[in-house]
Design a protein around this ligand. Sequence first.
Ligand SMILES: C[S@@+](CC[C@H](N)C(=O)[O-])C[C@H]1O[C@@H](n2cnc3c(N)ncnc32)[C@H](O)[C@@H]1O
Length: 265
Amino acid sequence: MRPSRADRCRVVKQRGTRGEELKLAADRIRSGSQSPQPRPNAVPAGPAASFSQAPPDAARLVFGHALPTAEAYAALLAGPGVERGLIGPDETARIWDRHLLNCAVVAELVPDRGVLADLGSGAGLPGLVLAMLRPQVDVVLVEPMARRTAFLAECVHDLGLANVRIERGRAEELVGKIGADVVTARAVARLERLVPLAVGLARPGGQILAIKGAGAAGEVAEAEPVLRRLRATQVTIARLGDGVLDQPTTVVSFLTDQNTGRAPR
Ligand SMILES: C[S@@+](CC[C@H](N)C(=O)[O-])C[C@H]1O[C@@H](n2cnc3c(N)ncnc32)[C@H](O)[C@@H]1O
């Protein structure tokens, strides 16, 4: 049965169980009824030592046990990432809010196991962040540029992320070769162009999660013909991190066609 238009595009305010937990913990910290957990001291030596920005309270809540790894990654982004032009120097001050936390809250929509492909990973966002938070998920970072894949390989090594592999190439060249349960993308292309690229990396019935900004609804409307042509279902716009992040993350989510998805399982 063809999904109705309403089913294909539904705007929801997402706050699942994990989201509720984070919100309650954030409220407790703000009201002083619970101090933030002491900062773990297992941050790897090296670049982390030269990046002194303490993680905000929200980072402790969202990253939990993965916080030391997130801190080490923040240092890699702010150090070699900036030096090599993979991230703008102005971004250093907002590495936590605009980059790590913006991506980390997406973990709420990612199952505990399976394969996740991050399309256009760049310096590792959101792929590396989700790999830290979902250690049982096999994460494939899809990125065509050699300079970026070299940085990604160093991050994977330095952060000890055994669940990550890097696939150098454009998404168009990898159609049907990954069959991911979940495909993520941030700042790669407008939805209209991104949808077919992401579908090509997913298994039939896989989930696509595109991190978008304030214009998400407009992009969904613009992409409606391609979403319909590819028989995408359950198109939603979710707001994640409400009450925890100053700037919640907007994610466009949809499922690929169960029957004619192009990637083999
Ligand atoms: C603006 S950067 C964003 C990087 C990262 N996702 C982030 O949010 O910081 C876009 C990235 O997408 C990659 N990219 C662009 N077109 C692509 C394609 N067709 N397939 C795979 N990657 C692509 C680029 O090489 C670049 O690294």
